[in-house]
Design a protein around this ligand. Structure first.
Ligand SMILES: Cc1cc2nc3c(=O)[nH]c(=O)nc-3n(C[C@H](O)[C@H](O)[C@H](O)COP(=O)(O)OP(=O)(O)OC[C@H]3O[C@@H](n4cnc5c(N)ncnc54)[C@H](O)[C@@H]3O)c2cc1C
Length: 526
């Protein structure tokens, strides 16, 4: 299937030259080459189990002649004995024809799911996998190179130009490098009370507040509560990276910064979801558009969903405080190619194009914020709110995954609830830590994002029917255009589609529909 999706193509151009050599290599390469099919198979196991099971069954059927005949029809019939071939033995063009049919036949749901998953993963692997030199054989011929992070940053403040190596060092405990003995010492060094019973299954830690997730929600909560004098522990399953660690190389960056390495899709494979899994959560890898919640949305929440808080001035003040801490600015000194195209197109059509506020400086141009901002100019929670939290004694545990909240009978029956939460149990991403961590706290906060909070609540034994329902995604449809170089002159838009601020311009079609430009690297075009 990989080879049919990205087949090797004949090259009829025999002109000499390095560019032609690269193009020749690109055309003759196929997604059936080398380790790509194995990589696709490995990545496929990250899909939801229903999809994985479906794929296994389909692939098993296709590995037999009878099964191939059933799923591919006459396309698998050959003129040579034994006249029917297995899918893998069919000529590439016929395999391609079969895949096209599966894609178009919406009623063949299992086949379509298999097709979509293999298609996405083949492109992902083909364009994203890198060798030891962090290079991919196709990049040169498609005109891609990893953005140069050494671009002059003349408007950086002195402090940002030579940042302290790790702003969270005074409060971070990285589980991956620890064992049972060093863990306890590290926790005590950060001012946490710990306890371990030799026969027990847990190391126990005590604090005032435990927060799951270090993203936009968790980071702000940690800063505010720590500043109010509470001993806060933030539990983060991802690892801690700083701008120095970010390479802008897509495959490896997504592997360590994104939930399931970026292969996180719905069971019918129709939608891929992205979520950050690192210190800073989504704020470490998002596109830095910092748009305030529109008033019509806050009004809808307040009046239609019974959440009056969002209609009150306090919520507007909270947004002001967040924007101030993130130094959100509406200015953009230089737009990247894509945003220039969008703005130019809007102007030509007489449509309104708005500037998009960002939590970075006006001159920020790295284009790699979705892989962790290598210039350190984007202000996620990892460089703002968590720094404030740590300055007030908060502790951030990385490589530490909350498994469940601990619910106990609410003997005082305060608030009319039958149970109360007294902390959580977490596992540590280190083979040297043999026990789970039991974090006891007066207050526990679940801030692990819209996708991961519901499973955590359910694993904790909470049964409310609404948990995990009513999820609203922010669906994005991509539209592509070919922009050949035009006549040189002031009107000519130049640049690369993967350079410059990711979103600096937008056109609002309706209240609920906007046109923006996305982050683009080879692997994001799957
Ligand atoms: C690629 C991308 C681009 C985006 N661009 C923009 C943009 O330009 N503008 C904008 O406003 N929004 C953008 N967003 C959305 C925005 O980043 C999110 O809405 C925001 O980060 C959500 O905050 P949160 O605190 O709810 O969760 P997150 O920021 O996702 O944080 C959740 C954290 O919890 C951790 N976690 C999850 N489960 C556990 C567990 N069991 N134990 C321990 N830790 C756990 C995760 O590792 C993660 O770090 C983007 C999102 C993505 C993925």
């Amino acid at each position: 299937m990989c080879g049919a999706l990205i087949p090797s193509l004949p090259v009829d151009d025999d002109q000499p030259g390095a560019a032609n050599k690269a193009r020749e290599r690109f055309y003759s390469a196929s997604a059936a080459d080398g380790a790509i099919p194995d990589e696709v198979a490995e990545l496929a196991t990250r899909c939801v189990w229903e999809a994985v099971l479906l794929m296994r069954v389909i692939l098993w059927i296709l590995s037999t002649k009878v099964g191939t005949l059933a799923l591919c029809g006459r396309l698998c019939i050959s003129s040579r004995f034994p006249f029917v071939c297995k899918f893998a033995d069919m000529p590439t063009e016929r395999r391609e024809e079969v895949l096209k049919r599966w894609n178009n036949a919406r009623w063949l749901f299992p086949l379509r799911v298999t097709f979509v998953i293999v298609k996405i993963l083949s492109h992902f692997s083909f364009y994203m996998m890198v060798n030891e030199g962090s290079d991919n054989p196709s990049w040169k011929s498609i005109g891609y190179s990893v953005p140069d992070v050494d671009r002059p940053r003349e408007d950086l403040t002195e402090a940002a130009a030579s940042p302290s190596p790790r702003p969270l060092d005074s409060g971070v405990v990285e589980m991956r490098s620890l064992n049972d003995a060093t863990l306890l010492r590290a926790l005590m060094d950060k001012g946490l009370a710990t306890k371990t019973y030799v026969s027990g299954a847990h190391h126990t830690v005590r604090c005032d507040v435990v927060i799951v997730g270090s993203g936009c929600g968790g980071g702000v909560a940690a800063a505010v509560l720590a500043a109010a004098g509470h001993k806060v522990v933030v539990v983060e399953k991802g690892d801690y990276f700083t701008s120095e660690d970010y390479t802008s190389v897509e495959g490896p960056s997504m592997e360590r910064l994104y939930e399931k390495g970026g292969i996180f899709c719905t069971s019918n494979a129709s939608t891929i979801m992205f979520a950050g899994t690192t210190v800073g959560g989504g704020s470490a890898i998002n596109w830095s558009a910092s748009i305030r919640t529109p008033e019509w949305v806050t009004q809808e929440w307040a009046h239609e969903h019974g959440l009056p808080m969002f209609g009150r001035p306090e919520y507007a003040h909270a947004m002001d405080a967040v924007c101030a801490r993130l130094a959100v600015t509406g200015g953009c000194r230089e737009e990247g190619f894509q945003n220039k195209v969008l703005r130019g197109g809007c102007e030509a059509l007489g449509l309104r194009a708005d500037a998009v506020p960002r939590n970075s400086s006006e001159g920020h141009f790295c284009g790699s914020c979705h892989l962790g901002c290598p210039t350190g100019e984007k202000r996620g929670t990892d460089t703002t709110w968590l720094v404030d939290a740590v300055a007030h004694g908060a502790v951030v545990l990385t490589g530490c995954k909350a498994e469940r909240f601990i619910l106990e009978r609410n003997t005082g029956n305060k608030n009319g609830r039958s149970k109360k939460c007294v902390g959580l149990v977490a596992s540590c991403a280190s083979a040297g830590i043999t026990k789970k961590l039991r974090i006891e706290a007066k207050v526990s906060i679940a801030a692990c994002g819209a996708l991961m909070t519901p499973p955590l609540l359910r694993n904790s034994g909470l049964k409310n029917w609404h948990i995990g329902r009513n999820l609203h995604l922010h669906p994005v449809s991509m539209a592509w255009g070919y922009f050949p170089d035009g006549t040189p002159g002031p009107q000519l838009i130049t640049g690369k589609c993967y350079e410059g601020g990711i979103i600096t311009t937008m056109h609002r079609v309706t209240e609920r529909t906007i046109v923006q430009t996305p982050a683009l690297g080879p692997g994001w075009r799957r």
